[in-house]
Design a protein around this ligand. Sequence first.
Ligand SMILES: NC(=O)C1=CN([C@@H]2O[C@H](COP(=O)(O)OP(=O)(O)OC[C@H]3O[C@@H](n4cnc5c(N)ncnc54)[C@H](OP(=O)(O)O)[C@@H]3O)[C@@H](O)[C@H]2O)C=CC1
Ligand SMILES: O=C(CO)COP(=O)(O)O
Length: 332
Amino acid sequence: MNRFKHAGVIGAGAWGTALAQVCARAGLAVTLQAREPEVVESIAARRENTLFLPGVALEPEIAAVADMAGLSSCDLILAVAPAQHLRSALKALAPHLRAGTPVVLCAKGVEQGTLKLMTEVAAETLPDAPLAVLSGPSFAGEVARNLPTAVTLACEDEALGRAIAEAIATPTFRPYIAGDMIGAEAGGAVKNVLAIACGIVEGKGLGRSAHAALITRGFAELTRLAMALGARAETVAGLCGLGDLVLTCSSPQSRNMSVGLALGGGMTLTEALAGKLSVAEGVASAPAVRDLATRLGVEMPICQAVAAILAGEAQVDAAIAGLLSRPLKSEA
Ligand SMILES: NC(=O)C1=CN([C@@H]2O[C@H](COP(=O)(O)OP(=O)(O)OC[C@H]3O[C@@H](n4cnc5c(N)ncnc54)[C@H](OP(=O)(O)O)[C@@H]3O)[C@@H](O)[C@H]2O)C=CC1
Ligand SMILES: O=C(CO)COP(=O)(O)O
């Protein structure tokens, strides 16, 4: 028996739209909130999100609305606005959120300026809402087309986490339950920065060995930061950390990796982002991850190099040379 009946999804980008598909397939009524009138119109008229997820036929249970007020009857909210817009999106939701309605945070990033994780942003904007985090290897286009994956659903309240997982699970979308929300969100935020690094390695043609070494040393960085934030190592070794890192560092389908590919191929950041509607979260999160690492005294040379390249403080070749010439050290 499903405890939830009606999911509201904030943000009709590729991932919000894919998660609306998942919820509809799981048997929930779904209201998808989009800011762009053309997205609302295209979903209503053509059953397609022509702007962010073209070519995917949307389930009939999905209704699109422009106004947050349209989410007032939902008993489960999935917040899928990008990390830098989550605060404003949740503030706009607040007056329309029914008391006790759980909010599942699906963005992967760290807020610039405040250096806050998504659970911290949500705790400040919706202090009474029960929170959960959904993260893991999941390209929106694949999930929307019903290809299989497994993700982490983290919630401090185990019973609530289980109820949300049961409500949104389908034969092709398999949430594993965890209690460690910080681990789940730290994994998702840092892997985006590392995917830019992997793209640079690919774009420069540095080979498969460099790629594997970068993923492994990147995972060490991700784990160190997550644990300094209070996460458990086993969480980041799961779908939301290692799983998502492997996916995002392995395919040009990743927007983050494709930014890295362009940089490695000699483009500037402005050229790499030109004409792109979709977000590459690692670009905005890299400076925040770097500042967080500095604040917590965590060594993250790869993420620091990515942040320096994106900020125009270092050239790609010099950053690579700098990483390779660091003093030899213990692997642990
Ligand atoms: N795409 C993917 O495969 C996956 C993405 N994610 C994560 O999901 C989050 C959303 O990404 P995704 O759906 O791909 O985004 P897209 O790049 O597809 O779409 C852009 C999103 O940004 C939103 N947006 C743009 N400007 C603003 C603004 N000023 N205020 C509020 N919202 C704004 C849009 O909201 P609106 O529709 O209202 O215009 C839209 O949801 C990111 O954190 C990403 O890392 C996680 C897993 C997979
Ligand atoms: O988070 C993702 C897959 O799990 C999507 O990655 P990109 O945002 O890099 O496309």
